[in-house]
Design a protein around this ligand. Structure first.
Ligand SMILES: [Zn+2]
Length: 339
């Protein structure tokens, strides 16, 4: 039969990274977080065009839906295809049938012109009625002026800022720079090396932090709300929950599944409609964190978003999953050829 819950919320995703799996290895093995950015992600993002962004988002949204995730808080960067990129992502998610909260990650990595175009994409998308936040890559790749502009734009538009903060020690100074700007509607991602607390929601990404070897964010010590994100490694929030629980437990054996489940529940404060979506799971006990934490492989069988069934018997109803995978694989080949 299986229990049902609300739709899962991925509190921090990069749909553009769905095509990255299997990409050619970098010429030199990265040994630090900054080298991982430079040799993997910053080579990938400059190669993206609109067609790659579209099929990457379609694949990422499909995989999220197949995992019972009905809302994706996305953070996007494609320096050579900025304008309109958020529309492409929002349309892809809508086609699959999942909710998206989009943001373009503003940065000065490509000069002031790049930062300006990024801010404009956030503004254009939000003013046209798009659901989103103002994205900023990270404090350490932005000038004070760019951070000010992004914070000001978000305040003007009544949305928060979605920003990577102190993911690696290279960004350890972010707290002091952001403290005068931050507001409670900001989504602060990672905060592994944050030297001072910021009054905002933390998006905790346990698998990604482990994968990048950046250290542990200690989400139980965060003063405000904590949500879980995948940082682009799929959209399976039950998996991230189990991993986040195990990582918390490794740090402190008194950590409980109920605490980690609280991070899942907090996703419904970010995207309240998702709490009213329905997911029927392959498991009786999907409403009990103590069972879920020790039960790998729980699958979403049926999903309803805003009353419409978008997954039936584990299969997407609005798109042909085989076609999405085939088209995404084509775009991945194009992308890899450019790298
Ligand atoms: Zn991220």
């Amino acid at each position: 039969m299986g229990d049902s819950t609300g739709g899962m919320v991925c509190g921090h995703h990069h749909l553009y990274s769905a095509l990255a799996r299997g990409m050619p290895a970098p010429p030199v093995t990265p040994t630090t977080f900054l080298e991982i950015l430079k040799q993997v992600w910053w080579r990938l993002d400059v190669a993206l065009d609109a067609e790659m962004i579209r099929w990457s988002a379609m694949l990422g949204a499909l995989e999220a839906l197949e995992s019972g995730t009905t809302a994706i808080v996305d953070h996007h960067e494609s320096p050579n295809a900025i304008e309109g990129s958020l529309d492409v992502i929002a349309a892809a998610c809508s086609e699959v049938g999942v909710r998206a909260v989009c943001a373009y990650g503003v940065t000065d990595r490509h000069g002031p012109e790049g930062a300006r175009l990024g801010l404009e994409e956030n503004e254009r998308f939000l003013r046209a009625g798009g659901r989103g936040m103002v994205g900023v890559h990270a404090a350490f790749t932005c000038s004070d002026d760019t951070l000010d502009r992004a914070a000001g734009l978000a305040a003007d538009l009544g949305v928060g800022v979605h920003i990577h903060v102190a993911e690696g020690d290279v960004d350890a100074g972010a707290g002091d720079r952001l403290a005068p700007l931050v507001r409670s509607d900001w989504l602060v991602v990672h905060a592994v090396h944050l030297a001072r607390p910021l009054p905002a929601t933390l998006a905790h990404n346990p698998r990604s932090n482990m994968n990048n070897g950046v250290g542990y964010a200690r989400p139980r010590s965060w003063g405000g709300p904590v949500v879980l994100g995948t940082d682009g490694i799929g959209g399976d929030m039950l998996e991230e929950f189990r991993l986040g629980y195990a990582r918390a437990r490794e740090e402190d054996v008194t950590a409980t599944p109920a605490e980690a489940w609280g991070w899942v529940r907090a996703g419904w404060d970010l995207v309240p409609e998702a709490a009213r979506d329905r997911v029927r799971w392959s498991y009786d006990g999907a409403d009990d964190p103590w069972r879920l934490a020790f039960t790998p492989g729980v699958r979403a069988l049926d999903v309803w978003v805003a009353g419409e069934q978008v997954l039936a018997g584990g299969r997407a109803t609005r798109v042909d999953p085989e076609e999405v995978r085939a088209r995404a694989a084509e775009q991945a080949r194009r992308l890899f050829a450019r790298l």
